[in-house]
Design a protein around this ligand. Structure first.
Ligand code: PMP
Length: 453
């Protein structure tokens, strides 16, 4: 007789495509039935500390968010063609959190849709140009439009994504640990040169640029924070070439970096994007996303004459969730919590790094941290198998959920709910330490070949 978990697994494999991945698929996938704060609970009542879920921004099942959703769903949920106070209240609250020039809101349901729409707006603004500057290792969504700016996906498959590849110009990810420019003082300027070159490339052909899309903290790339000056120099070059600077805050928005509300402000506080996209944490799990842009960009889009309608975008229930998320963020001072707990966690990882060779780099800000594991600190040979083992043992033995990302799947990416406490951090560090010092030496990992880039 199969357990309910086994039945679900069999059904999942039968009913869904293999391209839909499952966490811990090769060991023991989880059946999660409940979430509370920073914890997820499985069907046997086992609690797991969640260090990877930046969607449950204010904590899993936060009562204030739950109540707001319950109240609204019992009253009304409908499409967005009617006046509704919560939809406009949420737009007002969101605009207030952004620089003054960003004042027009479009609601939608996912980060992919938000970025797709942002690219459409930019195309309208650039009078039909499709020329786009794309960050290597970036991910911006699963629609065809967003996949075209997502080398993280299209570089690893055989599907032909670009109808006209000459419209897409890929520039290096500004990685100061593994990339070609590692001097923190000059890295911003050096990496910006690639974006300036991309602008010249299109300009020399007499063509306009549509956009440059970039995260203020590149998450799936392995927590890469653009070095100082990078965003402002690039934005200036892109604008001079007639294009727009789109800041994707789908992973990093709403205070995750602790230092600021938006990742694009972290190293270049003075620069304002032309379009900001938000998603994941905005609805704390409800499908809520948005783009916020300038009046000028919105007008260029309006002139195209195509109505924007998104059945569920900003519907009363999701909007209620969004307002509740912003309430909690403010009331519980979660940006400050991210700053303080994140700083403590980062310091603790740096302490481990001073004695554990495997920890090559500790980077990031607030509750957006990356711990890159290497087999050799000079060649930077990625410790991919080690990272995978640590992630797996942290789950099975210590009941801690972590995620791995980066170019070589060797970066532990830490982006827990923003209510992650110092106690949670202490537990995480102690378990990580044991996993690396006690459990890892006891296994024989198959050596993999590696060519440094
Ligand atoms: N932008 C970034 C930076 C993302 O990481 C993601 C999802 N991982 C998306 C956009 C797409 O968001 P969604 O899955 O909600 O469509």
């Amino acid at each position: 007789m199969l357990s309910s978990k086994e039945v679900i697994l069999v059904l999942r494999r039968r009913l869904f495509s293999k391209s839909l991945s499952l966490s811990y698929e090769n060991s023991d996938p989880l059946l999660i039935v409940e979430g509370r704060g920073c914890y997820l609970i499985d069907e046997r009542g086992h609690k797991y500390l969640d260090t990877r879920n930046n969607v449950a921004h204010v904590g899993h099942s936060h009562p204030h968010v739950v109540q707001a959703i319950q109240r609204q769903v019992a009253l009304l949920n409908t499409n967005t063609r009617y006046l509704h106070p919560t939809m406009t209240r949420l737009a007002e609250r969101l605009v207030r959190l952004l620089p003054d020039s960003l004042e027009v809101v479009f609601f939608c349901n996912s980060g992919s849709e938000a970025n797709d729409l942002a690219l459409r707006l930019a195309r309208a603004y650039a009078k039909g140009s499709e020329n786009t500057i794309v960050m290597d290792r970036a991910y911006h969504g699963h629609t065809l439009g967003t996949l075209q700016v997502s080398p993280y996906k299209y570089d690893h498959g055989s599907e032909s994504i670009h109808t006209n590849p000459s419209h897409y110009y890929k520039v290096p990810c500004p990685d100061t640990y593994r990339g070609v420019h590692r001097d923190l003082v000059t890295a911003g300027t050096m990496y910006a040169k690639y974006v300036q070159e991309a602008c010249h490339h299109f300009q020399s052909k007499g063509e306009k640029i549509r956009a440059w899309i970039v995260e203020g903290g590149m998450s799936v790339a392995g927590v890469i924070l653009p070095p100082k000056g990078y965003l402002s120099v690039c934005a200036e070059a892109v604008r001079a070439a007639g294009g727009l600077y789109i800041a994707d805050e789908v992973q990093t928005g709403f205070g995750r970096l602790g230092s600021c509300l938006w990742a694009f402000q972290h190293n270049d506080p003075a620069i304002t994007p032309d379009i900001v996209t938000v998603g994941k944490p905005f609805g704390n799990g409800m499908p809520l996303a948005a783009i916020v842009t300038t009046r000028k960009v919105a007008s260029a889009f309006e002139k195209c004459g195509i109505e924007y309608f998104k059945t569920f975008g900003g519907n009363p229930v999701c909007a209620a969730a969004g307002v509740a998320v912003l309430d909690v963020l403010e009331k519980e001072n979660l940006q400050q919590n991210a700053l303080e707990v994140g700083m403590y966690l980062k310091q603790q990882f740096e302490l481990l790094q001073s004695t554990i060779e495997l920890i090559g780099d500790v980077r990031g800000s607030g509750l957006f941290l990356g711990v890159e594991l290497v087999r050799d600190r000079s060649s930077l040979e990625p410790a991919t198998a080690e990272a995978s083992f640590i992630c797996s043992i942290l789950k099975s033995k210590y009941h801690i959920l972590t995620s791995i990302d980066g170019q070589y799947d060797n970066v532990i990416v830490i982006k827990p709910p923003m209510v992650f406490s110092k106690t949670n951090a202490v537990e995480f560090i102690a378990s990580f330490r044991q996993a690396v010092l006690l459990d890892l030496p006891a296994v024989d990992l198959t050596k993999t070949s590696f060519t440094p880039t």
